[in-house]
Structures are given as structure tokens and as C-alpha cells.
Design a binder for this molecule. Structure first.
Ligand code: 5AD
Ligand code: SF4
Length: 462
């Protein structure tokens, strides 16, 4: 039973961006729980609001400042009623623009980057100590250092209460940061150098999740397949070897990982896909562009042919592997022919799904200094064409499942009474007639049709 304390304070965290932020927000909740904070779903009721921000593209960054404007009004309302509201900005925008946020938005009490989450209770105490100072004397607590210590050792591991809320699937961060320095990307600056969590820590957290009822774990990392954790004997373990270790946890039924870089799809990981049933046949493997000259300018350090070769190798070990990717259109210097090459690689691979973005200049990245920017209308037109192609592929992929029987992890009641919903191995949403008793296990489901972005199934007698 979850205890409710009469004098507890209310916490609201708004999460933007990637799954790693989702994981981090949960760890922040865990870190604050022992200090009397419990989460609320109503921002207006919160004593503490944290924005866990994303800096990957310009639009994502801008959202922070508009949200802070809204929060200022909420804070005024609460003060008018004799209450208060503390406001913190976390995540990658905080890391990149720490002091700037404090200057631009005096409403903010704390600004802290992803490497500082274990120091949150301490920062909060320092911010609270200033609460009754005259506004002209208040200073936001800013912590954007990359500390020497391992933040994961100081943060509570993913635990039960969080798991219950999230259900049968959970994220587990195994690796953070990136050393690849793609020329468009802020991640190496906001999340820092690549760091892998030790094997024992990962296994312990995974065991805890499974004991709490989780059936499917998605391992997270900005460069998850570059994982190189240390085991108890001091040996380095890659993602492939880690997958074998996790597969030994009884009760864990599905394992996924994201996001991967083509250069790090090594033989050990391929072997794991060949050998391990729990490793799902769905791989998010961004290529960004199909043009070798753009790939070079992006500093991806592989060619289109090398990417296709990785796909071929993975399909040799797992012929049913479904692929997903990320694409950027309008990188500086991208010609019509470069873009056609991107459409060609998409046609060659055949994606189950894909994310695509217009190039957005990020201050501080090498891409920001390049000339030959692509006009906005050209980016819009290219994005449109690319998305049309991908949509056709996604529909074709869904259609190709009709008539097959897929193992579906039934996760929740359906939208209508008498229905349940779950996920296929390929991460597709599946709806079917069935009672709530099916929830919590993997059942064979015959796919009988498709609807927008999902599959319709029928339970098959086992
Ligand atoms: N502009 C547009 N898209 C970007 N991405 C990363 N940086 C940028 C940028 N500056 C996209 C890439 C990456 C995904 C997470 O976001 O496709 O894989
Ligand atoms: Fe960014 Fe490239 Fe690292 Fe991915 S691999 S996080 S795109 S720098």
C-alpha cells in the first residue's frame, strides 16, 4: 500500500524529449520521496515543479521558456492564496544554458543538469533557504558540473512504486553520454562523455524490476550499443554479453535497447540476437541520411553501403528483424541528389517505422558553423516526401502481419469494454477482445486486421 502523509509536499515533473529523460524523471521522484515529496498530476497544486528539458532541436528548447511563463502565473496565484511554488529546470537545456536560464527567468529557483540529479535534495535545501529573502537577493541554485562520482551509485535504483505506476514495461539506463560527436548533435555536450554503468548495478536493477512484476525491459543509452560496463572481475562487458546475462533473470520475458549507432553493431550483439529469444526482433538504428557526402559532413563515420551491410548481417541472424530509424532533412549542403539518396536508402531498407526531422542548428555544434544552409521551404518539402514514403512502409509492415500469429504482451484494458491492448514483438500496439485476466502475460494473438497505427487481433487458443 502506498502511504499518504498528511504533511507531504507535492511534486510535479514535466518531462520533455527522449526516454532517458523519462527514466531520469522517475529517479528524481525516487530521490525526493524520502524528503516528503509525493507526485501530483495537477501542476497547479504542486509545491515543487521540475521541468526535465530537451535540447536536441530548437523547438524542444523553446518550450522551456514558454512553460516558465505559464508557471510564473501559477506561482503568483499560489502566492496570492498564501502558498508558494518552487521551480526547477533540469535536463539538457539546463545543462547547456544554466546561467542563461537563471538570468532570463528569475522565477526559477534551481537549474541543474543530468549529472547532478543525485544532489537534488541538497540543491532543494539550498534553494529553500532563500525562500524568505527579498527577491533582489535571491539567486537560483545552478549545478551544471560533470562530477567525478558515479551519479547512479547515489541515485535510488528503479523501484517498486514507480514500477507499479508504469506497469509491465520499464526503462533501465545502462549508458549515458556520447563520444561520437555527430556534427549536428548537442548530446556529447549536454550529456557528456560516454559512461557505462557497472554490470552488477545493471543486473541488480533489472532483478528488482522483474521482482516487482516487470516483464519487458528497455535498456537505454544515447549510444546504448557502445555499452562497455565493468564486471566484478574487472573485465569489460559489451551490450551483447550483457544481454546474455540479463536473459538469465527468470521472469524477464522481453528485452529491448535503444538508441544504437551502426558502427557499434558488433558480432557479440549479432550473436545475442541469434541466440536469445528475449531479445526482441526490433531495432532502432538511425542512419540520418543516405548520402555519403552528407554522412561525412555529419561525421557519422560510416557510408550508406556500410549501414546496409549492418542491416544485412542482422537480417542474416534474425530474418524477422524489423527496423526503425531517424532521418534529418536539410543538413547544410544537402542537394536534391543527396536527398534522393536518402529516399533510396529508405526504399532499400524498408522501415517498420521512422522518425524524421528538419535540421535545426544547435549552438556550439560544428554544424552551426557550416554555410550553405538549406531553405526552410525546401526542408518542409523534403520532410513531407520522406514521411510519405515512411508512412507507406509502416502501413505495408502492419499489413504484412495480418494472418500471422504474434506473441503479444497484454498490458492494459482496451479503449472499449471487453477489450485489452498490448504490444507485438515489433512494438506495434495490438487491440483485441478479451478479459482483464489476460493482462500481465504474453499470449498468442492472430492478427486479423489493421487500423491507424495499430493492429487488430484475436486471441488464439494456446
Ligand atoms: N537537428 C535535427 N535533428 C536532430 N537530431 C539530433 N540533432 C538534431 C538536429 N540538430 C535527431 C537525430 C537523432 C534524433 C534523436 O534527433 O535524427 O537521431
Ligand atoms: Fe548525437 Fe551522434 Fe551521439 Fe547519437 S551518436 S547522441 S546523434 S552525437
Amino acid at each position: 500500500m502506498i502511504e499518504t502523509r498528511a504533511n507531504s509536499k507535492k511534486l510535479f515533473i514535466k518531462t520533455y524529449g527522449c526516454q532517458m529523460n523519462v527514466y531520469d524523471s522517475d529517479r528524481m521522484m525516487d530521490a525526493l520521496a524520502p524528503h516528503g515529496y509525493e507526485t501530483t498530476l495537477d501542476m497547479a497544486q504542486a509545491d515543487l515543479v521540475l521541468l526535465n528539458t530537451c535540447h536536441i532541436r530548437e523547438k524542444a528548447s523553446e518550450k522551456v521558456f514558454s512553460e516558465l511563463g505559464r508557471l510564473r502565473e501559477l506561482q503568483d496565484e499560489r502566492r496570492a492564496l498564501g502558498g508558494d511554488m518552487m521551480i526547477g529546470v533540469a535536463g539538457c537545456v539546463a545543462q547547456a544554458e544554466g546561467e542563461e536560464i537563471a538570468r532570463r527567468a528569475p522565477v526559477v529557483d534551481m537549474v541543474f543538469g543530468p549529472q547532478a540529479y543525485h544532489r537534488l535534495p541538497d540543491m532543494l535545501a539550498r534553494a529553500e533557504a532563500q525562500r524568505h529573502l527579498h527577491p533582489s537577493l535571491k539567486r537560483a541554485v545552478v549545478d551544471t558540473d560533470f562530477p567525478e562520482e558515479d551519479k547512479f551509485e547515489h541515485l535510488p535504483a528503479a523501484k517498486k512504486e514507480v514500477t507499479i505506476k508504469r506497469g509491465l514495461t520499464a526503462f533501465l539506463t545502462v549508458q549515458e553520454g556520447c563520444d561520437k560527436f555527430c556534427s549536428f548533435c548537442v548530446v556529447p555536450y549536454t550529456r557528456g562523455a560516454e559512461v557505462s554503468r557497472p554490470v552488477a548495478q545493471v543486473i541488480a536493477e533489472a532483478r528488482g524490476l522483474v521482482e516487482a512484476g516487470v516483464k519487458e525491459i528497455t535498456l537505454l543509452g544515447q549510444n546504448v550499443n557502445a555499452y562497455h560496463g565493468v564486471d566484478d572481475k574487472g573485465r569489460t562487458v559489451g551490450l551483447g554479453a550483457l544481454a546474455y546475462l540479463l536473459a538469465e533473470i527468470g521472469g524477464l520475458e522481453r528485452l529491448r535497447y535503444t538508441t544504437s549507432h551502426p558502427r557499434d553493431m558488433d558480432d557479440a550483439l549479432m550473436a545475442a540476437h541469434r541466440d536469445l529469444d528475449i531479445l526482441m526482433p526490433y531495432l532502432h538504428l538511425p542512419v540520418q541520411s543516405g548520402s555519403d557526402s552528407i554522412l561525412k559532413a555529419m561525421n557519422r563515420r560510416h557510408t550508406a553501403a556500410e549501414y546496409l551491410d549492418v542491416i544485412e548481417r542482422i537480417k542474416t541472424v534474425r530474418p524477422d528483424m524489423a527496423l526503425s530509424g531517424d532521418f534529418i532533412v536539410g543538413f547544410p549542403g544537402e542537394t536534391d541528389q543527396d536527398f534522393e539518396d536518402t529516399l533510396k536508402i529508405i526504399a532499400d531498407v524498408g522501415y517498420a517505422s521512422a522518425y524524421s526531422f528538419k535540421y535545426s542548428t544547435r549552438p556550439g555544434t560544428p554544424g552551426a558553423t557550416l554555410g550553405d544552409q538549406v531553405a526552410e521551404e525546401v526542408k518542409t518539402e523534403r520532410l513531407h516526401r520522406l514521411q510519405e514514403l515512411v508512412n507507406t512502409q509502416t502501413t505495408a509492415f502492419h499489413q504484412s502481419c495480418v494472418g500471422k500469429t504474434l506473441p503479444v504482451l497484454i498490458e492494459r484494458p482496451g479503449r472499449q469494454a471487453g477489450q485489452v491492448g498490448g504490444r507485438s514483438p515489433y512494438l506495434q500496439a495490438v487491440h483485441l477482445e478479451g478479459s482483464a485476466e489476460l493482462i500481465g502475460a504474453i499470449h498468442p494473438v492472430e492478427i486479423i486486421g489493421t487500423s491507424t497505427n495499430s493492429l487488430v487481433g484475436r486471441l488464439k487458443a494456446a
